[in-house]
Design a protein around this ligand. Structure first.
Ligand code: ATP
Ligand code: MG
Length: 196
């Protein structure tokens, strides 16, 4: 079995919090690969992503270029409609019958797991690897019992970084260097993304 971590998100833009979560999960959970999957229309977010799907995917590619265990997948960007994880997992399981999957998620997403689309079915097919996020302490105890056993929390240095905060900095004309990898920084500046 190939052990694959799935890193879903809007990645608007991808930042070092995403990358550290993926690398920490890869190492601590013995994952063979981590697949980054930018979503077209996230189910639980209000408002459309700011950057195009094409640009968000390109930023993911730039960010992971140096890590051969990391891959970028465009299946959610190609699939019309809301990007439900359950559909993604069905598609990936069919594509890779020899793979076992675990979603890597931040504390905010751990806590809203009960609201995920067809969560019981999803949790039957994949495990979840959770990392704490500043402002989003993980509260496993508040999850329904059926989910609790499917979530493994791993320690990681907490980074108070979010894509929304990065977009806000850009709107104010401020620097986002080092919050994102250099290649992503240069791409954002060159394309004038998130500017006022
Ligand atoms: P936004 O502010 O636009 O929601 P975000 O920084 O939360 O952006 P997302 O694309 O929404 O990024 O998140 C993708 C996944 O990465 C989610 O599971 C989220 O919890 C996780 N994540 C994002 N930032 C961090 C961080 N700093 N530490 C740990 N996990 C994170
Ligand atoms: Mg988020």
């Amino acid at each position: 079995m190939k052990r694959v971590g799935l890193m879903g998100g809007t990645f608007d833009p991808i930042h070092i919090g995403h990358l550290l979560a993926a690398e920490t999960a890869r190492e601590q959970c013995g994952l063979d690969e981590v697949w980054f999957i930018p979503s077209r229309t996230p189910p639980l977010k209000s408002g459309a992503p700011s950057a195009s799907g094409e640009d968000r995917l390109e930023m993911v590619r730039l960010a992971i270029a140096g890590q051969p265990a990391f891959k970028a997948l465009d299946l959610e960007l190609r699939r019309p409609g809301i990007s439900y994880s359950i559909d993604t997992v069905h598609e990936l399981s069919a594509r890779c019958p020899g793979c076992s999957f675990a979603y890597i998620i931040g504390g905010d997403r751990v806590n809203d797991l009960p609201r995920w689309h067809r969560i019981d079915e999803l949790a039957a097919s994949v495990a979840f690897i959770g990392v704490a996020r500043p402002g989003h302490p993980v509260d496993i105890g508040s999850l329904p019992e059926s989910l609790r056993g499917r979530v493994r929390i791993i320690p990681m240095p907490q980074l108070d970084i979010s894509s929304s905060a990065i977009r806000a900095l850009r709107r104010e004309g401020r620097s986002v260097r080092y919050l994102v990898p250099d290649g992503v920084h240069d791409f954002i500046v060159r394309k004038g993304l998130y500017g006022s």
